[in-house]
Design a protein around this ligand. Structure first.
Ligand code: HEC
Length: 139
């Protein structure tokens, strides 16, 4: 008996099914991401980040991330990941940042957060951006 040269119809169907499943999964992902291109974040990390964000960032950037009279909205598309990368968050927390995109004044360095904690805050911010989408800049 020589082994079959071609895949049996059953295997072909399974293989095509697998390819279709991958394509559908990829499209489904896109649909939930809207146009942000941000992938879903680790839920536990984002939940941890939510608490830290509310404690350290919300007084200026807003409890809902939409800003206050003291700081800008993180849903502004100026804070898209390819405009302000995750490391920009670490720098802003460690060094503060001088007013350059807005007229809220300077952001002071924020004390008492480890790098991992800033990472959790970023996960929360990215997850919220992914779900809410972006506002235009300037508003
Ligand atoms: C006292 C108010 C205040 C607090 C608290 C604050 N920020 Fe800000 N933040 C600002 C202001 C104002 C700006 C806008 C500066 C500008 O004009 O671009 C800003 C800008 C930023 C930027 C953009 C930096 C850049 O490179 O343009 C990041 C990232 C950021 N904040 C992260 C955070 C995080 C994370 C926290 C909490 C750990 C936080 N901020 C807490 C006021 C604040």
């Amino acid at each position: 008996m020589t082994p079959p040269r071609r895949l049996s119809p059953t295997w072909t169907r399974i293989a095509l099914g697998a390819v279709a499943a991958v394509i559908i999964a990829a499209c489904g992902d896109n649909a939930t991401n809207g146009d942000t291109g941000i992938s879903p974040q680790d839920p536990e990390l984002a939940a941890q980040g939510a608490g830290l964000y509310q404690a350290s960032c919300a007084e200026c950037h807003g409890r809902d991330l939409r800003g206050t009279e003291r700081g800008p909205s993180f849903l502004s598309n100026v804070y898209e990941p390819n405009h302000h990368s995750d490391v920009a968050f670490l720098f802003a927390v460690q060094r503060g940042t001088s007013a350059h995109h807005w007229r809220f004044g300077d952001m002071p360095p924020i004390e008492g957060l480890t790098g991992d904690e800033v990472g959790a805050i970023v996960a929360f911010v990215r997850e919220t951006q992914r779900i809410e989408g972006f506002e235009s800049y300037p508003p």
